[in-house]
Design a protein around this ligand. Structure first.
Ligand code: NDP
Ligand code: MG
Length: 383
């Protein structure tokens, strides 16, 4: 049996992971399951999967979790420090499925134990950048990319040398507004933004997908995961989300990974790596899909990818500032406090106003994140 922790167990990535584990129950011993506030959902998962420990990030809900799991041989804990301690428990694999920079400290705790981390939590890598990649190298940890594009690239690069790469091309669905005229975008509602045409995901990444900031964050994520240089990374819009990304080599060969738009495929690739496992996903029916189309991204309508590329070029604290400002802006949009197009302009305003020095440690990364959040909060009208 392999020991596995699922950070962010109640989320979309958590659900896809636990669905695969449920089908192959005898293979796995669950170490930790975590959530932030959804106590009932976490308790139900704990009753089913019997982890060693269940952790709720919001400490005020610890009593409710304790009550729900009373009498069971499952340790229960709450708060940020407990999330970190749970992530540091010995495990063969840790699923980093928390959303936002909030997932950084627990993910780093798993890395510092030299664990294999299946990384969905892209914001953590965007914010911490070199601090995380240096920790991976120092502690002999392994990062397996779960984000579908990066998992695709990881598969295409297997057996190849980074020096032979001409281009890495990240595909983007373009999100629900890819065909909307500029004039309509300002009035786009949260309900419209989270209704993704191809993927079923959490609210935050769905909005990021609508603004294309998701692809911007993924550009920075790819920059850290695949050391080919920023000028070899590019983005193409591919509305069908069948080709999950591709790598072109110096000899003119392009390798691509194709699959259904179901996160259980890349998650399964990480769970079984370096082997393969079955998934319940329907086989790819290319005749039914009929056409795969591609087009250049439109940065006039969706400026987020330009901002992210500039942040990656600047390096240092800038990607962390971009990420934090975006997290605040997306939350404000979902709460009905700002309009859709204000998300990107708010990120740009914070990037202009706040330029802290490059962080060299986890604490300094967290300080950059907090500073950028304060700047972004100050741009919001009082709730
Ligand atoms: P969800 O919102 O569905 O789930 C987020 C999970 O994190 C939940 O378990 C949630 O707990 C927990 N959480 C939220 N806030 C905190 C916090 N402050 N501290 C600790 N835990 C917290 O998100 P997704 O599953 O969609 O996304 C997770 C990550 O994976 C994101 O970084 C996203 O970008 C990435 N990703 C997701 C994909 C997808 O298909 N969903 C695809 C590729 C990448 P609770 O339920 O209690 O709120
Ligand atoms: Mg992705």
């Amino acid at each position: 049996m392999r020991r596995i922790s699922v950070l962010g167990a109640t989320g979309s990535i958590g659900a896809s992971t636990l669905d695969l584990i449920r089908r192959d129950r005898d293979q796995w011993r669950i170490v930790a399951l975590t959530a932030q506030s959804r106590v009932e959902e976490l308790a139900a998962l704990a009753r089913e999967f019997r982890p060693e420990i269940a952790v709720i990030g919001d400490e005020t809900r610890l009593g409710a979790l304790r009550e729900a799991l009373a009498g069971l041989p499952i340790a229960v804990a709450g708060g940020g420090a407990a999330l970190i301690e749970a992530a540091a428990r010995p495990a063969a694999l840790t699923i980093a499925g928390i959303v936002g920079c909030a997932g950084l400290a627990p993910t780093m705790a798993a890395i510092e134990q030299g664990q294999t981390v299946a990384l969905a939590n892209k914001e953590a890598l965007v914010s911490a950048g070199e601090v995380m990649t240096a920790a991976v190298a120092r502690h002999g940890a392994t990062l397996l990319p779960v984000d579908s594009e990066h998992n695709a690239i990881f598969q295409c690069l297997a057996g190849n040398r980074p020096a032979d790469v001409r281009w890495i091309t990240l595909t983007a669905s373009g999100g629900p507004f890819r065909d909307w005229p500029t004039a309509a975008l300002a009035a786009a509602t949260p309900a419209e933004a989270v209704r993704h045409p191809n993927w079923d995901m959490g609210a935050k990444i769905s909005v990021d997908s609508a603004t294309m900031m998701n692809k911007g964050l993924e550009l920075i994520e790819a920059f850290h995961l695949f050391p080919v240089g920023l000028d070899r990374l590019r983005i193409i819009v591919h509305p069908q989300s069948v080709v999950h990304s591709m790598v072109e080599f110096r000899d003119g060969s392009t390798l691509a990974q194709l699959g259904p738009s179901d996160m259980r495929v890349p998650i399964a690739s990480a769970l079984a790596w370096p082997a393969r496992m079955d998934t319940p996903c329907a086989p790819l029916d290319l005749a039914a899909i009929g056409e795969l189309t591609f087009r250049a991204p439109d940065e006039a309508r969706f400026p987020a990818t330009r901002l992210a590329r500039q942040a990656a070029e600047a390096g240092g604290a800038v990607p962390g500032v971009l990420n934090a400002a975006n997290e605040v802006a997306v939350a404000a949009f979902l709460a009905g406090r700002i309009g859709f197009t204000r998300i990107a302009t708010m990120v740009e305003d914070v990037l202009c106003a706040y330029a802290p020095p490059a962080p060299g440690s986890l604490d300094e990364v967290m300080a950059v994140d907090e500073g950028a959040r304060r700047h972004a909060d100050a741009l919001l009208e009082p709730a």
